[in-house]
Design a protein around this ligand. Structure first.
Ligand code: NAP
Length: 457
C-alpha cells in the first residue's frame, strides 16, 4: 500500500509520502528509548498538564483535523468533528485518573511475613502502536493517552491511507509540551513493522486492525516474548426480542450499522430478530436504511460517505454478490452506484445460510445481515455462531432475558437497549478472534505496566 492521502469520495491521490528508511526507524527508536529513561520519572501532575494542553489544542483545531480525516478516509465531517471531541474527553479522563488507577495496591503484609507488601505499577518503556484508519484519531488516542500518562513513550505506525492525520498526532503532542521523542509517528509500511518489533529497545506492542495483521504482529512479538494487546475484527450480533420498543430498536439499528460509513469494529453487523417481532422490525429497519442519504461526506445532510479504500468497497461487494448468487435476498441496496468514489449503499440482506461467506466473515461496510429466529435459545446460538466476540447488543425489556444475554453472549461487551459504543470509563476489548487485552478504563492503562510485587521485611 502506498503511504498516501487518496480521497475516497473522488479516488484522487492528493499527497504521497516516502516511507522512512531502516536508518530513520532506528534513529526514532533510539530517540524514544533515550527519552523514556527521563520521561518515566516525570510526575503524574506534569504529564497531566501536557495531556490537558493536548486536549485543549485538539478541541480548538477540531474543524481542521476533521477535514483532514474526511479527506483521507471518507467519514462525514460531523462524525470526524465528534471524534476529535471524544478524543479530548478521553485525554482529560486519563489526565484526571491515571494517578489513582496506578496507585500502589496494598497486600496483606502479615500474611506474607513482611512489614510492607504491595503491588507497584511501573511503565514498560517504548510501546509500538499499529493502528487502523477507521477512527484515525480515536484509535490512537485511546492507546496514547493512557500509555503516556503511565510514563511509557509511543511509536505510531498508522494505516498507510491516513498519513496526514498520523503526522498531525505527533505534532499535537509536541506542541502540547510533551518532551520531544515521547510520541513519534513512523511513516512505514506494514512490512517494516517487524524491524520495530524485534528491536530490543521496544518493550511491547498494541495493534488494532484485522485478524491477519494481528496474527502477524502477535507471532513476531511472541517470538520476542513481548507483551501485546490486540483489538481485531468483529461481526457483532444485534438481537431484537418481542418486548423491545421496535421503533427505537430499528432507529438505533440503522446508526449501529452505518456509523462511520459501516466501517466500525463494534458496529452491529448481524441482526437477529425473534419471529414475533420480525415483520415489524424488518419493515421499519429497511424503510430507515432506504431513507439514508449517501454522498459527499463534507456535506452536512450526508448520512453515509464512501468506503475508505477501493479494496474495501470491492470486498463488501464481493461478499454480497456471492451470497446473492447462493440464494440470499436483498431487501434494499446491494449494488454499487455509478460514478467516481468508493460508495456503497446501505444494504439489508436476508435468507443467509451457514454455507455463505457472509455468514462467517466480517462485512466492513454498510451491509446488514438479517436473521429470523424462533426463540431466545436460537437467538443466542446464532449470535454466538461466529469466530469473533467483540460488542454484542440485545433489545428486550424482560429482566430474565436481559440476564441471559448478559451471561450467554460470547463477547467483550454486551449493551442492552442501547447502541454498543466505547467510553473512556468502560473497559473495551474482545474475546475469541476479536483479540485480547483491554483498552480504556483503569484496565487499559495497566496493560503496558509492570505490576511489581514489593515485599519489605
Ligand atoms: P488492517 O489492514 O489490519 O490494518 C490495520 C493496521 O495494521 C494498519 O496500520 C496496517 O498498515 C497494519 N498492518 C496490516 N497488515 C499488517 C501486518 N501483516 N503486519 C503489521 N502491520 C500490518 O485493518 P484495516 O483494514 O485498516 O481495518 C479494518 C479492520 O480493523 C477490521 O477488521 C476492523 O474490525 C478492525 N478494527 C478493530 C477495532 C477494535 O477495536 N477491535 C477497531 C477498529 C478496527 P497498512 O495500512 O500499511 O497496511
Amino acid at each position: 500500500m502506498p503511504i498516501a492521502t487518496i480521497n475516497p469520495a473522488t479516488g484522487e491521490t492528493l499527497k504521497t509520502f516516502d516511507a522512512h528508511t531502516a536508518a530513520q526507524i532506528d534513529e526514532a527508536i533510539a530517540r524514544a528509548y533515550d527519552r523514556w529513561r527521563g520521561y518515566r520519572s516525570t510526575t503524574f501532575a506534569e504529564r497531566a498538564g501536557w495531556m490537558r494542553a493536548a486536549a485543549d489544542l485538539l478541541e480548538a483545531e477540531k474543524d481542521d483535523i476533521a477535514r483532514t480525516m474526511t479527506t483521507e478516509m471518507g467519514k462525514t465531517l460531523a462524525a470526524a468533528q465528534a471524534e476529535a471531541l471524544k478524543c479530548a474527553k478521553g485525554m482529560r479522563f486519563y489526565a484526571d485518573h491515571a494517578e489513582e488507577f496506578l496507585a500502589d495496591e496494598p497486600a496483606d503484609a502479615s500474611a506474607v511475613g513482611a512489614k510492607q507488601a504491595y503491588g507497584h505499577y511501573q511503565p514498560l518503556g517504548v510501546v509500538l502502536a499499529v493502528m487502523p484508519w477507521n477512527f484515525p484519531l480515536w484509535q490512537v488516542i485511546r492507546f496514547a493517552a493512557p500509555a503516556l500518562m503511565a510514563g511509557n513513550v509511543g511509536l505510531l505506525k498508522h494505516a498507510s491511507n491516513v498519513p496526514q492525520t498520523a503526522v498531525y498526532l505527533e505534532d499535537l503532542f509536541k506542541r502540547a509540551g510533551f518532551p520531544s521523542g515521547c510520541f513519534q509517528t513512523l511513516l512505514i509500511s506494514s512490512g517494516q513493522v517487524e524491524q520495530v518489533l524485534r528491536d530490543h529497545r521496544v518493550a511491547a506492542a498494541t495493534l488494532t486492525g484485522s485478524e491477519p495483521a494481528g496474527r502477524s504482529v502477535a507471532a513476531i512479538a511472541g517470538d520476542e516474548i513481548k507483551k501485546t494487546v490486540l483489538e481485531l475484527g468483529g461481526s457483532d450480533a444485534y438481537v431484537v426480542m418481542p418486548s423491545a420498543d421496535l421503533e427505537k430498536a430499528a432507529t438505533v439499528a440503522v446508526t449501529a450499522r452505518v456509523q462511520n460509513n459501516g466501517q466500525s469494529c463494534i458496529a452491529a453487523k448481524r441482526f437477529i430478530v425473534h419471529a414475533d417481532a420480525y415483520d415489524e422490525f424488518s419493515r421499519l429497519f429497511v424503510e430507515k436504511m432506504k431513507a439514508l442519504k449517501v454522498g459527499d461526506p463534507t456535506q452536512s445532510d450526508t448520512d453515509v460517505g464512501p468506503l475508505a479504500t477501493e479494496q474495501g468497497r470491492n470486498d463488501v461487494e464481493e461478499l454480497v454478490d456471492e451470497a446473492v448468487k447462493q440464494g440470499a435476498q436483498v431487501l434494499c441496496g446491494g449494488a454499487r452506484p455509478e460514478g467516481a468514489g468508493w460508495f456503497y449503499p446501505p444494504t439489508v440482506i436476508t435468507a443467509i445460510t451457514p454455507d455463505m461467506r457472509i455468514y462467517l466473515e466480517e462485512v466492513f461496510g454498510p451491509v446488514a445481515s438479517l436473521y429470523k429466529v424462533a426463540s431466545i435459545d436460537e437467538a443466542i446460538s446464532v449470535a454466538n455462531a461466529t469466530s469473533f466476540g467483540l460488542g454484542s447488543n440485545a433489545w428486550t425489556t424482560d429482566p430474565a432475558e436481559q440476564k441471559r444475554f448478559v451471561e450467554e453472549l460470547e463477547a467483550g461487551a454486551v449493551f442492552v437497549n442501547g447502541m454498543t459504543t466505547s467510553y473512556p470509563e468502560l473497559p473495551f476489548g474482545g474475546i475469541k478472534r476479536s483479540g485480547y487485552g483491554r483498552e480504556l478504563s483503569a484496565h487499559g492503562i495497566r496493560e503496558f505496566c509492570n505490576l511489581k510485587s514489593v515485599w519489605v521485611g
